[in-house]
Design a protein around this ligand. Sequence first.
Ligand code: PMP
Length: 341
Amino acid sequence: MRYVEHIADLVGNTPLVRLGSVAAGISATVLAKVEYLNPGGSVKDRIAARMIEAAEASGELKPGGTIVEPTSGNTGVGLAMLAQRKGYRCVFVCPDKVGEDKRNVLKAYGAEVVVCPTAVDPDHPDSYYKTSDRLVTEIDGAWKPNQYANPENPASHYAATGPELWEQTEGRITHYVAGIGTGGTISGTGRYLKDVSGGRVKVIGADPEGSVYSGGSGRPYLVEGVGEDFWPSTYDKEICDEIIAVSDADSFEMTRRLAREEALLVGGSCGMAVVAALRVAAAVPAERAADSVVVVLLPDGGRGYLGKVFNDRWMARYGFLPPTEGATVDDVLRRKDGSIP
Ligand code: PMP
């Protein structure tokens, strides 16, 4: 019989898929690492185990303890999966702009979710930051992983994501492209790839226009999970050879193309990273294209965004699509005739 003891044992070892139609006309090989195939549905499953194990080893997290983290999604799922297995309680703090569906996913895994108003100053006692700090102080046995400052976040990618990519490409990877949120993924994976290749692998960050990593001031953007308005300690400022800023419009258009043309139903930060990867691949000089292997990491799946990037009305509201009421029967029949492109 072939089985594992727990779903969390299946984290990692995600596959690489070659991009076809969206990479048409590009000679370099472009491969996507599909992280939504992790059991909790995102790259963040990878950091939960190491952060928890390190806190157990240091005594910060004791049996029966409570994990308190400000998170609205992917990291919460990864932590909740492990917490359930190990008998910890989870309390996640979310701003009220986070959709109900995402909060319900966390609750479905058994976590408690505290919702805070978005429209208050960070120093207000009800803010997302202050509330999580207060819960950590007041709950007996509480521990906060703090993914923005926890060295186990990049360390888990150095230990696993990087070696996986090196083995899967048989050492032929030449460029690694990823978005930057906490910076854990790109810093850990990128550092491993640079170490193992003697500095040959180029590391390229993808960033929403407006975020600090590509020189912005923290101006708002709609792509979720990437970009920041501050510099977290989990991001290694030396790791990127280049950072490419991508607009929301380009990110969302590519996200929709990935679903339609590659059957990859992924989140908006994936579209953003693919736009950057294709720019990198297209810029490879012709004489080096045959030997160039560009790998782009796709952090999560698209089901958490059905009301946003995959919703025509939402896209139209932000000006990314013309106003639409959806297709009529006539539209569908005419399209079949080829009369609508
Ligand atoms: N995309 C999504 C959807 C995410 O949730 C995250 C994590 N915040 C990232 C990209 C970036 O990953 P990292 O925090 O490791 O930089």
